[in-house]
Design a protein around this ligand. Sequence first.
Ligand code: HT9
Ligand code: FE2
Length: 363
Amino acid sequence: MNADLSPYTAVLVTSYGGPNEPDDVLPFMRNATAGRGIPDERLLEVSEHYMMFGGRSPINELNARLLDHVRAELDRRGLDVPVVIGNRNWLPYNAETVGQLAADGHRRVVGMATSAYGSYSGCRQYREDMQAAEASTDGVVSIDKITPYSDRDGFVNANARSLVAAVRDLRGRIGDDALRVLFVTHSIPISMNATSGIVRGTYETQHLRVATRVAAIASAELGETLEWELTYCSRSGPPHVPWLEPDINDRMAEVKEEGIAGVVAAPIGFLNDHMEVLYDLDTEARATARELELPFQRAATVNDDPEFHALLVDLLLERAAAARGELDDVTCAAQTCPVDCCKAPPRHTRPPASTPTAEGATV
Ligand SMILES: CC1=C(CCC(=O)O)c2cc3nc(cc4[nH]c(cc5[nH]c(cc1n2)c(C)c5CCC(=O)O)c(CCC(=O)O)c4C)C(CCC(=O)O)=C3C
Ligand SMILES: [Fe+2]
């Protein structure tokens, strides 16, 4: 790929954000749940997860590390552009970061999210936040976001490498006994799954495709056919709203009954060891495993994998080539999300704010 990022002069990485200290936790939680029908008990419960780790999520420093990796890869290709972070739910917010880009004279920016899959939460909501940030500059800055990248080799290979290492570690403990790979990702409401991925299939389908490929590559590398399934973590929302299942904890209990001697949890849904990984997998799922006396190994996330960093830079360059009109139609189409992709599911839709008219009616 041609090392030319024009017409873009800066890279915006957008992420979820997380609290840096105890006083941040509640306001962060309010941002994360604003208008989403998450019960207060869940809000308090999840706040406790953060408090267990000193009121601080590792996400911000892990993202900073990812930005360093991306800068280093751009540098290797002779590209010198600012790479900046903006978050949806915590400081620095996208609007602040993009405001600074505007002040620094940037007009066209290429954006990426720290989420590899298409869904409202993982893609469109980041796009909406980027659009709000553009608007806050009065449209001086325009941001083009790369599309979800879970199908790309760099992401799949990085996950396969982690899985191979984790299986080898677990084999060291359980020998040749039956082993099960539990791929794991963030659960989302069934309604959100249904509206995700016009081009690439539902959120669940996207994960199944990655899991299939990762398992095949790792199996070939290990010389054993890995048995695997897709599980979920971090379910929230009211109990009567259905979310994707099964939960990884429930499956661990069941596979133990089936005679499985050890599980590898492979978090293909996450890019780094933020709170979902640190609490939901490394704390909660590990505790479940201990209770079940089921040997448990967690595979690494892709954050520090050089092939993953190379992929990210390839994607930015591809987006730039598409913006310059240098990619053919088919490839260009893949660079832009269709208008209706990953729409907010019904429960996210709020009535438009009504505006009083001169006559006192509302429109
Ligand atoms: C698909 C997906 C990803 C992966 C893609 C991506 O990375 O974007 C993700 C990542 C993350 N989710 C995170 C944190 C939270 N997610 C919540 C709530 C929710 N997540 C959802 C989905 C996702 N979430 C959904 C459908 C909800 C329900 C409310 C809503 O419809 O939006 C809540 C509220 C409390 C609760 O209900 O659990 C919190 C605090 C953090 C930060 C971790 C840290 O601080 O280290 C990260 C990276
Ligand atoms: Fe989440």
